[in-house]
Design a protein around this ligand. Structure first.
Ligand code: AMP
Ligand code: MN
Ligand code: MN
Ligand code: MN
Length: 287
C-alpha cells in the first residue's frame, strides 16, 4: 500500500483535555472505525499518552505520541501539533505545564465576564465538565452553557459568548511559537501546523506564519482535517508543496455528541504529498 493511502488519524482529544471520552474509549473508537495509525493530541497536556499507547497496542493499532500546543503568534492564537516525541521528555513536560498554568486564572476571569452579562456560576459549572482540573477550556464553559439552556449547541455558545470580541472571551498569552517547536523537536518529535484554515490570516500573514514556522524547525502541516472545509484541502496541499512541509491528517474529534467528523472518516491525503508518518516511521509504536 502507498503511504498516502493509510487511514491515519493524528489529531483528536480525550477527557484529559476537552474531549468527552477517556483515552481508552477514543482508542477503541478509532480502531472500530478502521484507523491504521493513531495519535491522541490533547491540548497542552500529555498526561494521557501512556494510557493511549497501551490501549492502542492492546487493540493492535500502531500509535504515535501526540499533543496540540496553544501558541500566541502575531497576537493570534494558533495551534501546533507535536507528533512522535518522547513522552517522558522533561523539557517538553515542563513547557506544557507552564502553558497550562494560566488556564485556572483565565477560567475565573471568563466566569466573571459571563456573570457581568447575567450568567452565574460558570466557573464551577465548567470545572464540573473538566476531566483534568489543570485543563479548563472554553469547550467546558460551552458545555455548561448548553446544559443551562443559554444556547442550544456548543458552536452557538462560541458564536455568541466565547469567540474573540464576545462577552465571555478573555485574551490570553499562550506559548511562543519558537518554544513550542523547540519543545517538540527537543523531545525527538515533529512540529506540525494544526488546521491552518481556521486562523483567518490574510495570505500575507499566513505566508509569514508558515515561513517563521519553517525557519524555527517546523516540518509539517495538517491538510486533511475535520477543522477544514473540503474547499480548503487543495489550498493547503499546494502550500505544503510550496514550503516543503510533510502533510498530516486528523479528525480533530472531541465527542460523539459534538463532533461533526468522526475518527478515521476523512478523505485520504492527496497522493502528491509526503505524509508525516513517512518521516516518523521510527517513532511509531507497533503492537
Ligand atoms: P481554549 O484552548 O480553552 O481556548 O479552547 C479552544 C477549544 O474550543 C478548541 O480546541 C475547540 O475544541 C473549541 N472551539 C473553538 N472554537 C469553536 C467553535 N466555533 N465551535 C465549537 N468549538 C470550538
Ligand atoms: Mn479542543
Ligand atoms: Mn486546535
Ligand atoms: Mn484539536
Amino acid at each position: 500500500m502507498e503511504a498516502f493511502a493509510l487511514n491515519a488519524d493524528l489529531h483528536c482529544h480525550s477527557d484529559v483535555s476537552d474531549g468527552t471520552l477517556s483515552p481508552e474509549s477514543v482508542a477503541a473508537r478509532a480502531h472500530a472505525n478502521g484507523v491504521q495509525l493513531w495519535s491522541l493530541t490533547d491540548h497542552d497536556e500529555i498526561g494521557g499518552q501512556h494510557r493511549a499507547r497501551r490501549a492502542a497496542l492492546e487493540l493492535g493499532m500502531p500509535f504515535l505520541s501526540g499533543v496540540e500546543i496553544s501558541v500566541t503568534f502575531a497576537g493570534k492564537t494558533v495551534h501546533i501539533v507535536g507528533l512522535g516525541f518522547d513522552i517522558d521528555d522533561p523539557a517538553l513536560r515542563q513547557g506544557l505545564a507552564a502553558t497550562r498554568g494560566g488556564r485556572g486564572q483565565r477560567a475565573r476571569e471568563m466566569a466573571q465576564a459571563l456573570a457581568a452579562v447575567g450568567i452565574e456560576g460558570a466557573y464551577e459549572g465548567a470545572l464540573k465538565y473538566a476531566g483534568n482540573p489543570e485543563l479548563v477550556s472554553r469547550t467546558h464553559f460551552a458545555r455548561f452553557l448548553v446544559e443551562t439552556g443559554v444556547c442550544a449547541s456548543t458552536p452557538e455558545v462560541f458564536r455568541h459568548y466565547l469567540a474573540e470580541g464576545k462577552p465571555g472571551f478573555v485574551p490570553h498569552r499562550w506559548a511562543a511559537l519558537a518554544d513550542a517547536v523547540r519543545w517538540v523537536r527537543g523531545a525527538g518529535g515533529m512540529a506540525v501546523i494544526a488546521h491552518p484554515g481556521r486562523y483567518h490570516f490574510t495570505p500575507l500573514e499566513e505566508h509569514a506564519f508558515f515561513s517563521d514556522f519553517k525557519a524555527l524547525g517546523g516540518e509539517g502541516v495538517e491538510v486533511i482535517t475535520g477543522s477544514h472545509r473540503p474547499e480548503e484541502y487543495g489550498r493547503y496541499a499546494d502550500l505544503a508543496l510550496e514550503f516543503g512541509f510533510y502533510a498530516s491528517r486528523g479528525s480533530d474529534f472531541h465527542s460523539p455528541d459534538e463532533s461533526h467528523t468522526d475518527l478515521g472518516t476523512l478523505p485520504l491525503l492527496p497522493s502528491k504529498l509526503i505524509p508525516v508518518w513517512e518521516m516518523l516511521a521510527e517513532r511509531v509504536h507497533t503492537p
